[in-house]
Design a protein around this ligand. Structure first.
Ligand SMILES: Cc1ncc(C[n+]2csc(CCOP(=O)(O)OP(=O)(O)O)c2C)c(N)n1
Length: 703
């Protein structure tokens, strides 16, 4: 998936699985990790050169042993803020490891994210998928990668995935999160090659693990969980830790099945540099110190396996190497503020070449999409929007073997709206499939799949039910920016919503503006079958995470039916459609309000120009400005709530850019700030309708 690259002398493992680790290498990595933590804790943090310090002391030995096991080129690991020892073990060099927390240029995020929020593109070796600050967010993307391994191996027949695994690291508190349970469900029901490694230090900041799982031991509680193999032990004991880690990794590789490994480890420092640990008794602190894996490694190795002078030499060399790496990291320039708005979306060079991410999606693979065209070759009969969507998915599935369609009920049933009807039968259950009922799992899995070089097309059954996936959606959108274009997870999320026969607070909201506010997302809100084909195709052949909003009232609405525009038709985002020309005012609208606005314009007797925005991210500011400068009046009509709806953005831009062209205040006609009501009478009273739009047109035209 990525270009080959060198790994440092310290990464990788020479020995076969199950054999003894290279203890010299382990010692060197452990000493390096300790030296880094020590210099940060005692010098760089007090000097405020490092602003967030998360010491790994105590967790380090086991992480290094695990990192050295991740030798397959398609292995991936999702980590969290205490994972630097593993990063060193998988080949991240010392200078980069030091530069991240110092907020220097380059490194994991070019100073954009906390230095311990790690990542590492695969480049022919293990991938460390972009970490997130949210505890629990690391789980479902790992399950997505694990599912993608099976897809590469079985569906794409790529034998190089035969022994690949996904690994996720988490603390004992993280087992209480929805992400943990969602990923566990996926891993066990689908029997994914995934290792869940719980680093149990007994605390989440200051909260006891007994509040995270009964009696504080997740492994004990999951012993009877079907389809999961448990490994447990003392992660500070070198012999035990190496044996358990080796056994757990071999199990997942050989059996292609999930396992949970829980190792107890001491957390020798505070949760973070600011934490004084007043909640620990002196006895606890003394007990933890006595259990320091560095001391225990010394006892284990010296003198039986290593002489004391060898040990001291490794210690001194590690300290020297780290001091030099810190110096080099400090000498790096600070990140350039001039570039801070770059990499929200794909950037292009001055001569128009795209600068794709290093990993994630199809762009870094050089996948050649069939050429699209803006030319319409209409078929004689009209189809509804639902058929238009299904047909586009069907064709793109046939053209792109890396595309997968999934969600609740999208398999044999064909989706509760019918958009995927027949697609599983035609393209197979590996490519079109049902998922467990966890939106966090659906989107998190999509993130992992995208990072593994696939094109996931998940369906969220109704707009409101994207709420449980909010964290994964946000983290997906910001990924390109926060990794400074190292990673991106392009996907197309289909989200039906809006009113239908009736409303209700659960199935009928639109709240499309949330996606515009969500960094890094493209958003399409098609109003008819022709646009749906062109926009969906553009999204599926694009390189950005995209929300494709499918209005329920339009899926089979008569007005939205159009001739199928052809298999090549592709409609770029950010181009509004002038539905009708007019001179007296401009109506700016989208989605289900386009039809109503057109009928209202007819009824009003006013020469209204109507612009269907078609996409809100990006939106066609130029078309709106040009139209309003011409008509000098603007009415914005949307179904979403009034306050901070997308109309507010349009109005703000007009107020600034077209102020001297306006003959009347900008008007907005929207739902009031309430959820969608159920009874049709109540719904009609609040959603903009032909009558209310007509009244608003007339009122604005007469100002
Ligand atoms: C969703 C979320 N809630 C709260 C926090 C704040 N927080 C950061 S770390 C942490 C404790 C996590 O403990 P654990 O998972 O056991 O890992 P450890 O730090 O002990 O290694 C909390 C509450 C967060 N980052 N994310």
């Amino acid at each position: 998936m990525a270009s080959p690259a060198s790994s440092t002398a310290l990464s990788g493992r020479d020995a076969a699985p199950g054999a003894q680790p290279d203890w010299n290498r382990v010692t060197r990595l452990l000493q390096r990790s300790r030296a880094l933590d020590d210099i940060e804790e005692t010098r760089l943090l007090p000097a405020r050169q490092v602003l967030y310090q998360f010491s790994a002391r105590g967790h380090d030995l086991a992480q290094i042993l695990l990192g050295l096991e991740l030798t397959d080129p398609h292995d991936a690991v999702t980590v969290y803020y205490r994972s630097r020892p593993l990063m060193l073990a998988v080949g991240v060099d010392l200078e980069e490891a030091a530069a991240g927390p110092l907020g220097r240029s380059g490194a994991f995020s070019d100073g954009r994210d906390i230095g311990v929020v790690f990542n590492k593109p695969g480049r022919g070796g293990v991938s460390v998928l972009p970490a997130c600050g949210g505890v629990g967010a690391q789980y479902t993307p790992a399950a997505g990668w694990a599912q993608a391994i099976g897809y590469h191996l079985e569906t794409l027949a790529d034998e190089s995935y035969a022994r690949s695994i996904a690994v996720v690291l988490g603390g004992d508190a993280s087992v209480a999160t929805a992400g943990f349970w969602s990923a566990l469900t996926m891993a066990t029901t689908l029997q994914l090659p995934m290792l869940i490694y719980i680093e149990d230090n007994g605390l989440g900041i200051s909260v006891s693990s007994r509040l995270q799982t009964p009696q504080g031991n997740i492994a004990a509680n999951l012993r009877s969980f079907a389809g999961l193999t448990i490994f447990e032990g003392d992660g500070a004991d070198p012999r035990v830790a190496a044996a358990r880690i080796g056994a757990a990794v071999s199990f997942v590789r050989e059996q292609r099945a999930p396992a949970l490994l829980r190792l107890t480890v001491p957390r020798l420092s505070g949760h973070s540099g600011q934490d004084t640990q007043t909640y620990k008794t002196p006895e606890t602190i003394a007990r933890e110190r006595a259990n320091d894996p560095l001391r225990r490694l010394h006892r284990y190795l010296v003198p039986k396996r290593m002489s004391d002078s060898e040990w001291r030499q490794i210690e001194q060399e590690a300290r020297r190497d780290v001091e030099q790496a810190v110096e080099r990291a400090l000498a790096r320039p600070l990140p350039d503020p001039a570039g801070i708005t770059r990499h929200v979306f794909t950037e292009h060079t001055a001569d128009g070449r795209a600068e794709p991410q290093q990993q994630g999606g199809l762009a870094p693979l050089g996948f050649a999409f069939a050429p699209g065209s803006g030319h319409i070759e209409p078929e004689p009969t009209r189809i509804n929007m639902l058929t238009a969507i299904r047909r586009t998915l069907d064709l793109e599935l046939a053209l792109n073997p890396r595309m997968l369609v999934f969600g609740e009920d999208v398999g044999p049933k064909g989706g509760v709206h019918g958009a995927t009807l027949g697609l599983q039968e035609k393209h197979g259950a590996a490519r079109v499939f049902d998922t467990s009922l966890s939106e966090e799992g659906i989107i998190g899995r999509a993130v992992g799949m995208a990072l593994a070089g696939l094109l996931p097309v998940p369906e969220i059954q109704f707009r409101k039910y994207a709420d449980p996936a909010t964290e994964q959606l946000n983290d997906c959108g910001t990924m390109r920016w926060r990794t400074a274009n190292r990673f991106a997870a392009p996907m197309v999320v289909r989200v039906p919503g809006g009113f239908f026969k009736c409303g209700d607070p659960w199935h009928s909201q639109t709240n499309e503006v949330a996606w515009v506010h969500g960094i890094g997302w493209r958003l399409a809100v098609p109003s008819n079958a022709e646009d749906a084909v062109g926009l969906l195709r553009a999204a599926l052949r694009g390189n950005e995470p995209t929300i494709f909003f499918e209005h329920r009232a339009l899926l089979d609405g008569a007005w939205a039916r159009r001739p199928y525009p052809g298999d090549a038709y592709l409609l770029p985002f950010g181009v509004a459609r002038r539905v009708r020309e007019g001179s007296e005012l401009t109506i700016v609208t989208w989605g289900a309000m386009v039809e109503r606005s057109e009928l209202a314009a007819d009824a009003s007797g006013v020469q209204a120009e109507i612009l269907d925005l078609r996409t809100l991210s990006p939106w066609d500011r130029e078309a709106v400005l040009a139209s309003v400068r011409k008509t000098r009046r603007c009415l914005i009509v949307h179904e979403d709530n009034l306050s901070a709806g997308f109309g507010a953005e349009v109005a703000a831009v007009l107020a600034k850019e077209a102020f001297f062209s306006l003959d009347a205040p900008i008007e907005r006609l929207t739902m009031p700030d309430i959820p969608s009501p159920h009874a049709p009478l109540l719904l009609e009273a609040v959603v903009p309708g032909v009558e209310s739009i007509t009244r608003a047109i007339r009122a604005l035209a007469s100002v």
